[in-house]
Design a protein around this ligand. Structure first.
Ligand SMILES: [Zn+2]
Ligand SMILES: [Zn+2]
Length: 345
């Protein structure tokens, strides 16, 4: 099968072609696993974190990709949940232990044995992949393959972030950064919390106008003060400046939710600008979002299908994954990037 593999950790600025297009044997599903013929796989900022070594795969080479949509093409012994031809998706959660307190209470995203698709196990930048059947999700008919892909990470983690804000209808929400995840959160909020006003902070003018186009009431640069203080802000940027700058825009008791698996370190010194009275006093909170639970993925897919939320997407061939990653790094973003591996539906 054809696949894009990561063999060496390096910064994109040193190696702008981090993935290699290869022909390797198709994987065999083990006990309890299904084989998936990949139709589409979303491109996520976390892939940059894997490639550049902020959350590197424990073994190399590795096939990245954790927003996978495809069809069941086979099953290992004991895997009976799906039949060949079923359409399924695989998100960032590849597996967890299934037995610890976290797993037993729907917090498998916090399990110490959490394994991530495309980092700890081969992912969807390939024609085929295998996954434990428990961690595959059904894809609603409402979406084409490429439309469903961004929902599996950008959407699901956006949904989890939204839940972690504790927001209720009518309370104001800020979004710092306006890539794949934030644009889906904006679309979701407009339906789930119709009286909530959304304020977007992003440094690129194109993203600001895109945000206003799809329903933000205000859009400004990262360092700007919003016209009013906000109940909650979700930060989807890979850097530190927005963390400090967001805190000043929170109301008393407001919460900043950081939706990033890793932050880059080049602007970490910006944290020294934290001013306790302006940024933290008055019971302001900072909370991170770690991974996704299976329920985030399936609940968000159902919600997105019922609204519906159709993501704005740009598609690339599997062999052009490096181009998609470079464009993501240089913030040439409008919506979500998806590798269209095979036209199935
Ligand atoms: Zn992701
Ligand atoms: Zn566990």
């Amino acid at each position: 099968m054809k696949a894009m593999i990561l063999s060496k950790i390096a910064l994109l600025s040193e190696n702008p072609v981090p993935l290699t297009f290869v022909d390797i044997p198709r994987p065999e599903p083990g006990p309890g696993e299904i084989l998936i013929q990949v139709a589409a796989c979303g491109v996520c900022h976390t892939e940059l974190d894997e490639i550049e070594g902020r959350t590197p795969p424990p073994v190399l080479p590795m096939i990245p990709g954790h927003q996978v949509v495809g069809q069941v093409a086979g099953a290992g012994t004991g895997a009976e949940r799906f039949v060949v031809g079923d359409r399924v998706g695989v998100a960032w959660i590849f597996s967890a232990c299934g037995t610890c307190d976290y797993c037993q209470s729907g917090l498998e995203n916090l399990c110490t044995e959490f394994r991530a698709t495309g980092r700890d196990a081969p992912g969807g930048y390939a024609e085929y992949m295998t996954v434990p059947e428990t961690y595959a999700v059904r894809i609603p008919d409402r979406f084409t393959d490429v439309q469903a892909a961004p929902h599996l990470c950008a959407g699901a983690i956006g949904y989890r972030s939204m839940r972690l804000t504790g927001l209720s209808n009518g309370q104001s929400l800020g979004l710092t950064g306006f890539g794949a995840s934030a644009h889906l959160v904006l679309k979701m909020v407009r339906h789930t919390y119709p009286d909530t006003e959304v304020f977007v902070f992003t440094r690129t003018p194109a993203e600001r106008s895109f945000a206003l186009e799809i329903g933000a009431v205000w859009a400004g640069d990262i360092h700007e003060e919003s016209p009013e203080n906000l109940h909650a802000i979700i930060d989807t940027t890979p850097v530190w400046k927005p963390v400090v700058e967001s805190l000043k825009n929170l109301k008393p008791g407001g919460r900043l939710v950081i939706n990033a698996i890793r932050k880059e370190n080049f602007d970490k010194a910006y944290l020294l600008n934290i001013d306790y009275p302006a940024h933290l006093w008055m019971e302001k909170e900072i909370k991170s979002v770690a991974n996704v639970a299976l329920s985030d993925v399936s609940e968000f897919l159902e919600l997105a299908a019922s609204i519906p939320i159709i993501p704005e997407i740009q598609t690339y061939d599997l062999a052009d994954a490096n181009t998609a990653l470079l464009e993501l790094k240089s913030r040439k973003i409008r919506g979500a990037k998806v590798l269209h591996v095979k036209k199935l539906r």
